[in-house]
Design a protein around this ligand. Structure first.
Ligand code: DGL
Length: 278
């Protein structure tokens, strides 16, 4: 339920969730049914999207400003629902706020390790900035996995254009995945970008076409469970109280409502415009 008025009276935790734009709503979608009574404050930094092609300094500055805004709004816990911001700015955000901070990289790495089983080769698809940071490589290596990371910069604009099922998206995926499968034979593929869960079915079908039976994993589900673990079981007592959310965006609220509803898989009733500066 998108209802800020009701939200602040609920007795559950207030959780801040942020992303460079809409993609983090795939994480919020997983969180909503998990923690009854929680109130989520979601911030999509749409004016400064995409983060995936920017420098570490810029991404860190943007991520810190989003985190500080959510702390001022009363969040008790922060979720960086963005792979690029987690990969490049998790430490900066942790230093800038006094709240516990959960990112998507470690939960994603754990989920892909689980899916890979005894086979140790995994493929990570992500933005250029995430791949260059090697954050997934490092997190996967710590779990004993061999990782091949491939940057897929064309996928975010295609998903945002609503072209998930378009033949152009399939063709682009064929190019990326052929290149990746020439380098490795993964038993699991990790979708290391919040936009990719929306085209999970297309990625899976192109993998099958290329004779790969790799499991396709996204970090949204695992991240949501990492949040419940962080909160502790004693915070999950309001089974009869639905979770609520409110949304802020730094650019067009109309676009956020329209596109965001498909990422969240439910209507977004209202969005508040926010200016976080340049
Ligand atoms: N949210 C970003 C991520 O998960 C993708 C969009 C962007 O590049 O800003 O990496």
């Amino acid at each position: 339920m998108s209802n800020p008025e009701a939200s602040r009276t609920s007795r559950g935790p207030v959780i801040g969730v942020f992303d460079s734009g809409f993609g983090g709503l795939t994480v919020l979608r997983e969180l909503l049914p998990l923690i009854p009574g929680a109130h989520y404050i979601y911030l999509g930094d749409t004016a400064r999207l995409p983060y995936g092609a920017k420098s570490r300094e810029t991404i860190a500055r943007y991520a810190v400003s989003s985190a500080q805004f959510l702390e001022q709004q009363g969040a008790e816990l922060l979720v960086i629902a963005c792979n690029t911001a987690t990969a490049l700015a998790l430490q900066d955000v942790r230093l800038a706020v006094t709240l516990p901070v959960v990112g998507v990289i470690e939960p994603g790495a754990s989920a892909v390790a689980h899916a890979a089983g005894s086979a140790k080769d995994v493929l990570v698809l992500a933005t250029s900035a995430t791949v260059q940071s090697h954050a997934y490589h490092d997190a996967c290596l710590a779990l004993g996995l061999r990782t091949t990371e491939i940057a897929c910069p064309l996928l975010v604009p295609l998903v945002e254009e609503g072209w998930g099922d378009h033949h152009v998206t399939k063709e682009v995926l064929r190019i990326y995945l052929k290149d990746a499968l020439a380098q490795c034979t993964p038993s699991a593929v990790l979708l290391g970008c919040t936009h990719y869960p929306l085209i999970k079915h297309v990625i899976t079908s192109v993998l099958r076409e290329l004779a790969s039976d790799a499991a396709v994993i996204d970090s949204a589900h695992a991240t949501a469970h990492a949040v419940t673990a962080q909160l502790g079981l004693n915070r999950r007592g309001h089974a009869d109280v639905p979770a609520t959310f409110e949304c802020f965006a730094t650019d067009s609220t109309d676009k956020f409502q329209r596109l965001g509803s498909s990422f969240l898989d439910q209507e977004i009733d209202s969005v508040t415009l926010l200016d976080l500066g340049g």
